[in-house]
Design a binder for this molecule. Structure first.
Ligand SMILES: [Zn+2]
Length: 135
């Protein structure tokens, strides 16, 4: 984690909406199918809502059918993972490597080439479309 991205709980509450705060800082999960990013198909980059760090490229996004934006690989060193034993399950939690914000979970049932499915909360992400290609 980056010390510069650290904030107090009060600072996080002021910089995030209640739903963003619940997911990023309280390990919450958005209701499936609620994120507009499920339908996002443009080229671009997905950034952390907490600190603005780039996390995923649209090139690794795929339609998982779960109702959550899903990716088969994160950007280099963008995320950290920890074992989450809540809700009577053992899952691998995905956090932003920079601010530590909770993003979602990763499951070993994704498509090639990685076989990983990064199941993300859209509310924890911010999408920026790539500028149109010039030629
Ligand atoms: Zn972050």
């Amino acid at each position: 984690m980056d010390e510069g991205a650290k904030k107090t709980e009060e600072q996080w509450r002021q910089s995030l909406t209640p739903e963003q705060f619940h997911v990023l800082r309280e390990h919450g999960t958005e209701r499936p199918g609620t994120s507009p990013l499920n339908q996002e198909k443009r080229d671009g980059t997905f950034y952390c809502r907490g600190c603005g760090a780039p996390l995923f490229s649209s090139e690794t996004k795929f339609e998982s059918g779960t109702g959550w934006p899903s990716f088969f690989a994160p950007l280099d060193r963008a995320i950290d993972t920890t074992v989450d034993r809540s809700h009577f399950m053992t899952r691998t939690e995905v956090n932003c490597a920079r601010c530590g914000g909770h993003l979602g979970h990763v499951f070993p049932d994704g498509p090639a080439p990685t076989g990983q499915r990064y199941c993300m909360n859209g509310v924890a992400l911010n999408f920026e479309p790539a500028p149109p290609a010039k030629d």
